[in-house]
Design a binder for this molecule. Sequence first.
Ligand SMILES: [Zn+2]
Length: 256
Amino acid sequence: MAHPHVYSTEAICLRRTDFGEADRILTLFTPSYGKVRAIAKGVRRTTSRLAGHLEPFTRTQLLLAHGRDLDIVTQAEACERLEALRDDVWHATAAWYLAELVDRFLEDADPHPHLYKLFMAMLEQMNEDAEAHETARSWLALRYFELHLLSDLGFRPNLHHCVNCDRPLRPEENGYSAELGGALCPNCRHLGQRRLSLNALKVLRLLQSSTWEATPRLRLEPDLQNEMEGVLQSTLRYHLDRELKSWNFLQKAPTR
Ligand SMILES: [Zn+2]
């Protein structure tokens, strides 16, 4: 969608960098325009009308002017502040990790309204969990978002048929290959680098096919969590062709 000269949009900040004496360059995620880069002039001054409305994990209503290189924030009004997220190290790191995924995978000005909605829903879930000192549901939200981000961008892993011979997968231990795009049957599993246990296959399929509201509150064993993280990280890294910085922070962040 082409940007009109001045346009109004809801947005959430994915990344921000200090610029000049008092400005900030923002990478914003918007429902209708996708990823937008904008400058908020003077926002670091306490007297700025914009200050306080463009904090991390804040859903904001913005008025933007289309600029040559960067759009310019002319008005900002916070409509939802996910404050609990900021105060808890693990949940804040998890939220930055989701923001990095969106930032890395999306091109500028390529709208993904469904992904925007899901991103907001996942942040709201994690904010709720941060208030309740709870991580199990948020852990599941991370995996849910990773799978649906891959689907939305056309990289949906095949978890129903062997990606080499196309045979339907049976309820047994299979293999997995990020390069080939999904699961491998026992005959073909030597083509992949990973095992895919029956439990991991079941949970991944469930997350892939359910709405978030219908996803049960599963509590998974650490081994199964590690296996699912390995499968999804290998897939994300394969498509990005690089490491995700915040993933390493998240691995080190304290959980309760
Ligand atoms: Zn096969």
